[in-house]
Ligand binder design. Structure first.
Ligand SMILES: NC(=O)c1ccc[n+]([C@@H]2O[C@H](COP(=O)([O-])OP(=O)(O)OC[C@H]3O[C@@H](n4cnc5c(N)ncnc54)[C@H](OP(=O)(O)O)[C@@H]3O)[C@@H](O)[C@H]2O)c1
Length: 213
């Protein structure tokens, strides 16, 4: 966690919470050192951004890529040497089904996740020789998490007047009852990706995601 908080999860002798900001090379180095030998790396940290490209400052686009794309790449790079040396380990990258079905007002976010799909599939081939597995988990829309709330600060003025009608139709669409993804669906897909060596490179998580994939 960027700000470690022991109370978020039930206490357990099997659980240790470490500080990690995936955009900070020093923080990554410390976390990997403090973790000791790692069996599975799950790159789940991610930030959202909904808005028209015209309403998205380049600084915001960079922020999204720093976390979702370069953060995943940097943490993976930091963990890889021990996986290669032990000839064991699993890397699971959490992206999104928006990379399968394009939606408006998500161009930057989708690009940041689609890059990780491509990264993962190439890396999987590169690491096969070392018995290191690399997998993708693609959740559908998961309104139960704090994703939308956490994206709010990046979304000020993100929908300029010319895009207001489109914005309204997207928000109205989300109001209709439809299958969604639960956090538990994602946890189960991650568990399978880590423990089932025969699972495919791309795993959908959630009822809406399964329908798409
Ligand atoms: N919710 C959805 O609809 C949805 C759909 C498809 C895919 N996803 C993906 O699922 C993953 C989890 O998202 P969520 O829905 O659980 O959203 P969330 O509730 O906002 O959780 C995102 C997590 O990422 C962490 N994080 C953000 N920036 C970080 C950084 N620089 N270093 C370390 N940790 C960082 C946050 O930690 P802090 O506590 O420090 O903020 C938070 O724990 C993300 O990769 C997201 O893109 C979400």
């Amino acid at each position: 966690m960027r700000t470690p908080c022991e109370e978020v999860l039930p206490r357990s002798e099997h659980l240790r919470v470490l500080a990690l900001d995936v955009t900070d090379p020093e923080s990554i180095r410390h976390a990997v050192e403090a973790a000791g030998p790692i069996d599975a790396l799950v790159n789940n940290a991610g930030i959202g951004m909904l808005g028209a490209l015209e309403g998205t400052p380049m600084a915001t686009a960079r922020e999204v890529f720093e976390t979702n794309t370069l953060g995943t790449i940097a943490v993976t790079q930091a963990v890889l040497p021990q996986f290669r040396q032990r000839q064991a380990g699993v890397i699971v990258n959490v992206t999104s089904t928006v990379t399968l079905k394009p939606l408006p007002l998500l161009a930057v976010y989708t690009a940041s996740k689609a890059a990780i799909n491509a990264f993962t599939e190439s890396l999987a081939l590169e690491l096969e020789q070392f018995k290191v597995r690399v997998r993708l988990v693609l959740p559908g829309r998961a309104p139960e998490t704090r994703f939308a709330e956490n994206a709010q600060p990046r979304m000020q003025k993100a929908i300029p007047e010319a895009y207001a009608g489109l914005g309204q139709s997207v928000f109205e669409g989300w109001g209709h009852p439809a299958p969604v993804t639960q956090a538990l669906d994602v946890a189960e897909a991650v568990w399978r990706a880590v423990n089932d060596a025969s699972c495919p490179v791309r795993l959908a998580a959630g009822a809406d995601a399964l329908a798409l994939l």
